[in-house]
Design a protein around this ligand. Structure first.
Ligand code: NAD
Length: 333
């Protein structure tokens, strides 16, 4: 049986990536929707064949507990709402896929983990690049030391938001938790960690200059940071909301690699010191949700666990603490 997934929040990512991917998945399908915008309901119902009884609002969301069609919910809301809806889903005894970044504070991420543990449901994060072949190759090159010991990592990710309306949740501190670091920089944090298969021991960071004051009244415009790993490897990273960038590169004793674009839904390009990478285009979100659905079904814990989401929130918060304190070295517990 395919598992039934309910999407919570029908914004850009849910509409243009996740829902279409759920037409391709083998182990799960789009069974329900949770939305605060009634005008969206008819179109989604007919496009995805969703019965009335599987349509929820944010107010009656908790009644999803009584719906056997829904096995798991996928939280695709602004970052600051991930905790509330993950905890409500856990109490409704549904497995949870939560979008990145898992939460806007360490305390929230911990509460989410606790709620899922107490209610005996699984929690996993929408880290789609774990299923993407170029990024999987980087994990292998770094973790298996294919070119010898890794010496340094470089990771950059950003896009230009300054052409858009400044009244979007991504620029609202409470809803986003921060600026490009939370949204795009989390991919660099992930990239450095999965290159090495390790968690950093300390970070240093610096906010960039604000040149677009109307957009960046609450959150940073850009940020540079370094992650220090136990064996001395440094990952040099940056993230921006004023510049498009997407890079994950590594240098090892006997070779190097470089992905750019590194984090996109399609069109990734990779090269190593041995030549161009040649991997097929995959449907990242479909592979991700199928793997997560199988782990729910078989009660197996995925490598992309809620604990990994919590670890990353700890790193993001340490980066902000360093940036607020003039680049002070902040250790990660
Ligand atoms: P979006 O702005 O397109 O959609 C957000 C949705 O949340 C909208 O439907 C909006 O109506 C709803 N919403 C409910 N309460 C809201 C409130 N109080 N304020 C604002 N909106 C509210 O955003 P998105 O790009 O779909 O991002 C949603 C989540 O998905 C974020 O956590 C984001 O980081 C994540 N995301 C992940 C990826 C990925 O590749 N994994 C890509 C894009 C977004």
């Amino acid at each position: 049986k395919k598992l039934g997934i309910a999407l919570v929040g029908l914004g850009g990512y849910a509409e243009h990536q996740l829902a279409p991917a759920l037409k391709e998945t083998q182990h799960c399908y789009l069974a329900g929707i949770v939305t605060g915008t009634p005008s969206k309901i008819d179109r989604w119902k007919s496009e995805y064949n969703i019965p009335d009884k599987n349509v929820y609002s944010y107010e009656n969301f908790d009644q999803i507990a009584n719906n056997p069609d829904i096995d798991a919910v996928y939280i695709v809301l602004p970052n600051g709402l991930h905790a509330e809806y993950t905890i409500r889903a856990a109490k409704a005894r549904k497995h949870v896929i939560c979008e990145k970044p898992m939460a806007t504070s360490v305390a929230d991420a911990q509460r989410m983990l606790d709620a899922c543990r107490e209610n005996n449901v699984q929690l996993t994060i929408g880290y789609r690049l774990h299923f993407e072949p170029h990024n999987k190759r980087v994990m292998e090159l770094g973790q298996k030391q294919v070119f010898g010991k890794v010496q340094s990592i470089e990771a950059r990710n950003g896009f230009n938001i300054t052409g858009s309306n400044p009244n979007v949740w991504r620029l609202d501190k409470k809803l986003a938790g921060g600026g490009p670091l939370m949204d795009m920089g989390v991919y660099c944090v992930q990239g450095a960690c999965y290159t090495l298969g390790q968690t950093p021991v300390a970070v240093t960071a610096k906010f960039g200059e604000v040149t677009h004051k109307t957009h960046f009244a609450e959150v940073e415009q850009s940020i540079d940071w370094q992650m220090e790993f136990a064996d001395g490897v440094i990952a040099d990273c940056s993230s921006s909301y004023a510049e498009g960038q997407g890079l994950l590169a590594g240098k090892a004793a006997n070779g190097w690699w470089r992905l750019s674009p590194a984090y996109s839904y399609s069109g990734l390009q990779g090269e190593t010191s041995k030549g161009k990478m040649n991997y097929p285009q995959v449907y990242e979100q479909a592979l991700q949700m199928d793997a997560q659905a199988l782990s729910f079904k078989n009660k197996q814990k995925l490598p992309i666990s809620g604990e990994m989401g919590l670890r990353d929130v700890k790193i993001l918060m340490a980066i902000y603490e360093s940036a607020r304190n003039n680049g002070k070295r902040v250790t990660i517990s």
